[in-house]
Design a protein around this ligand. Structure first.
Ligand SMILES: [Zn+2]
Length: 268
């Protein structure tokens, strides 16, 4: 069994775009339409997923979050403001997590068990965040990317398996190990960048190595009509590459692998 997760945020929340939260209300809201398309694809395959909901989105479109829960998916938190933990003080982080839980709990009935940091920013510098998550009733974290090459995230020597970490269950983003190298096969930009068959082989490898794949993507990653923001060439490529292929690839992925919500893998 693998898990599929969606970080529920709109196009303007993405860190790469550097759009200030004060300006979000003026941006075109596209998350509902994109999420409804995702819900349809999941339903076609009878798959339940985990949605890491941004608190700001739960406040703006509570009916969407309620509908996701009604369709049997797991609701977890992605924080409130999408500020990276690496850019916050412990006090600011605690406010952010509290605010996110307040706005999500106002929409849903099941307790929120899981957390995913914006841009996977539980790193060696932000391990203090774990105690704050525990204090607020979070049972598992899915934020550690066990790689060492990315400037914003990653813990290079972190275990690849689901493991207990500082009293929380850690559900790392998936990598396949090939000749000692850790190659991400967990979704997002990697899913859009690699040809589908490469992802498929890496995921199989991960399963053969005895680990479930923890897969993630965002509603804006199936949205070819989103407003385009100017940014440096390489970033622009990574951010907008193959948006038009994601939906078809998801369909293949859901045919080729079994997925359940994260809490089911953990037996919670
Ligand atoms: Zn995010």
């Amino acid at each position: 069994m693998n898990a599929i997760s969606i970080d529920l945020e709109d196009w303007f929340c993405a860190y790469n775009l550097r759009i200030d939260i004060k300006d979000w209300a003026q941006c075109e809201l596209r998350v509902e339409e994109n999420t409804n398309r995702i819900l349809k694809i999941l339903d076609n395959h009878k798959v339940k997923a985990t949605f890491f909901v941004l608190g700001w989105i739960a406040e703006r479109v509570p009916e969407l979050v309620r509908e996701i829960e009604k369709q049997g998916h797991e609701i977890a938190t992605h924080g409130y403001s999408h500020r990276l933990i690496t850019n916050m003080s412990p006090e600011e982080f605690e406010d952010d997590i509290q605010k996110s839980l307040d706005s999500i709990n106002a929409c849903v009935s099941s307790p929120v068990l899981g957390y995913r940091a914006p841009s996977f920013t539980i790193t060696k510098k932000t391990l203090w965040a774990i105690d704050i998550l525990k204090k607020h009733g979070i049972k598992y974290d899915s934020s550690i990317f066990p790689v060492g090459f990315h400037p914003d995230y990653g813990i290079a020597d972190s275990p690849l398996d689901i493991h207990e970490f500082m009293g929380l269950i850690e559900v790392p983003l998936s990598v396949a190990e090939i000749m000692g190298k850790r190659i991400p096969c967990s979704g997002g930009g990697y899913f859009r960048l690699f040809p589908y068959n490469i992802t498929k082989q890496l995921m199989k490898k991960c399963n053969e190595q005895g680990r479930p794949v923890i897969f993630y993507f965002h509603p804006w990653e199936i949205d070819t009509g989103q407003p385009r923001i100017d940014m440096p060439v390489l970033k622009r490529f990574r951010h907008y590459n193959n948006l038009g292929k994601t939906e078809k690839r998801l369909d293949k992925l859901l045919n080729d692998f079994e997925f359940v919500p994260i809490k089911k893998i953990l037996g919670l």
